[in-house]
Design a protein around this ligand. Structure first.
Ligand SMILES: *Cc1c(COP(=O)(O)O)cnc(C)c1O
Length: 425
């Protein structure tokens, strides 16, 4: 810890709060963040030379584990040829084609440098297409930090949003309507009231930013039919779920075709990336073909494209999804069992290779029930695991992830650490 603590002290003198993204600062679990020196497979090594089993995985991108040799080779080879030109390259065409093969609803797409940009741009397209301003989002859903999405619910079940961040103009926040995730009645009610002003509904088809919360049966289907009825667009934010649940997205398995899809994380293989796309007529609203302006100096960056393309190639070849889901189910089941033995109320949600251990008394199906979790207990759980060199996300409301490099012996080790944690907390 010594070197991490010293680095954090130094970092705070130059970086705001010592970090470049807030959750990294460990505020939700207290204590000093671990500074990472390097990573390999399912593990990373901190600045003090200690090795941790990593269930954060950069918040999702590293499904192949850290420093996968083939991804390293592909990115290095791309870099040798020049890392950015601001002119089109073949790699962009190849990654776009592969993404479209896996997600046919994305007939035309555009790469950006982050998921935030992808979402922001998709909303712009939706507003341009419909000539409407309102967006529906779900409480506890995270779609990046664009102004109109940094909103919180006011009082009441279905309300106009209010800013959830300083610096967001109230009129911006008011263009966002907030509903509880999985609440079909709220969806019907809001459309009855505002339907002809709603440009789009944006949703994580499996929520993963309030902890993992699967959609209830019929939820996504209802969003599809209601948006169709009112000629609003349905946007799937698959920034996390894209290529994490299946080769493709949540839409690959549930058969629901959104109008627009946002991607990020895995498709950049650990480099900054985002993408948004949809049917041709819609996406051709975007410049240079149409009137919606959107651009990026590093969009489609060759190194990111090469890393993403190689990541998809390995996933396609190795088909790890069934094994990942199986291993995650084992871990989740094991944690549940240990909690039962220890008499600690937990609700463990898991979907494919994502899971969350909620220290909540009952089932978690939306943000309200997620918020019943005992975050102080989670913090103690987190630090106990950390002391045993198992790194969970430093917040109760984030998804833990597995990579293809998490082996059966790692699951056993994790369950040992969890058993000790349950005794300590
Ligand atoms: C991570 C994430 C984003 C934002 O992506 P960034 O690359 O961090 O800007 C958007 N939506 C979802 C669902 C995410 O998980």
């Amino acid at each position: 810890m010594k070197r991490s603590i010293a680095l954090f002290r130094e970092a705070k003198k130059v970086l705001v709060g010592g970090v470049n993204s807030p959750v990294r600062a460990f505020r939700a679990v207290e204590g000093d963040p671990i500074f990472v020196r390097s990573g390999k497979g399912a593990r990373f090594t901190d600045a003090d030379g200690k090795s941790y089993l990593d269930y954060c995985l950069s918040w999702g991108p590293m499904i192949l584990g850290h420093a996968h040799p083939e991804v390293v080779a592909a990115a290095t080879a791309a870099m040798r040829k020049g890392s950015s030109f601001g002119a089109p390259t073949e790699l962009e065409v190849r990654l776009a084609s592969e993404v479209r093969r896996a997600l046919p609803s994305m007939e035309r797409l555009r790469f950006t440098s982050s998921g935030t940009e992808a979402v922001m741009s998709a909303l712009r397209v939706a507003r341009a297409h419909t000539g409407r301003d309102l967006i529906v989002k779900f409480v506890g859903g995270y779609h990046g930090h664009a102004d109109s999405l940094l909103v919180a619910a006011g009082s009441g079940a279905a309300t106009l949003g209010r800013p959830d961040s300083a610096g967001v103009p109230i009129p911006w926040a008011k263009t966002t309507l907030l509903l509880p995730y999985n609440d079909l009645e709220a969806v019907h009610a809001i459309f009855k009231r505002f339907g002809r002003e709603i440009a789009a509904v944006i949703v994580e088809p499996v929520a993963a930013n309030m902890g993992v919360v699967p959609p209830r049966e019929g939820f996504l289907e209802t969003l599809r039919s209601v948006t169709r009825k009112y000629r609003s667009l349905l946007i799937f934010d698959e920034v996390i779920t894209g290529f994490r649940l299946y080769y493709g997205g949540a839409q690959t398995a549930n058969g629901i075709k959104p109008d627009l899809t946002c991607l990020g994380k895995i498709i950049g293989g650990g480099f900054p990336v985002g993408a948004y796309g949809g049917r041709r007529g819609l996406m051709e609203l975007v410049a240079p073909v149409g009137p919606v302006y959107q651009a990026g100096t590093l969009s489609g960056n060759p190194v990111a494209m090469a890393a993403g393309l190689k990541t998809l190639e390995v996933l396609k070849r190795e088909k790890p999804y069934a094994a990942l889901a199986q291993r995650t189910a084992e871990l989740a089941g094991g944690i549940r069992q240990l909690a039962g033995l220890a008499g600690i109320p937990v609700s463990v949600n898991h979907v494919a290779s994502m899971f969350t251990v909620f220290f909540a008394p009952g089932a978690v199906s939306d943000f309200l029930s997620a918020k019943t979790a005992d975050t102080r207990r989670y913090a103690r759980f987190f630090h106990s695991l950390l002391a045993d060199r198992v790194y969970f996300p430093p917040s109760q409301f984030e998804a833990a992830m597995l990579s293809v490099k998490h082996r059966s012996s790692d699951i056993d080790r994790t369950l040992d650490a969890v058993a000790r944690a349950f005794k300590r907390i």
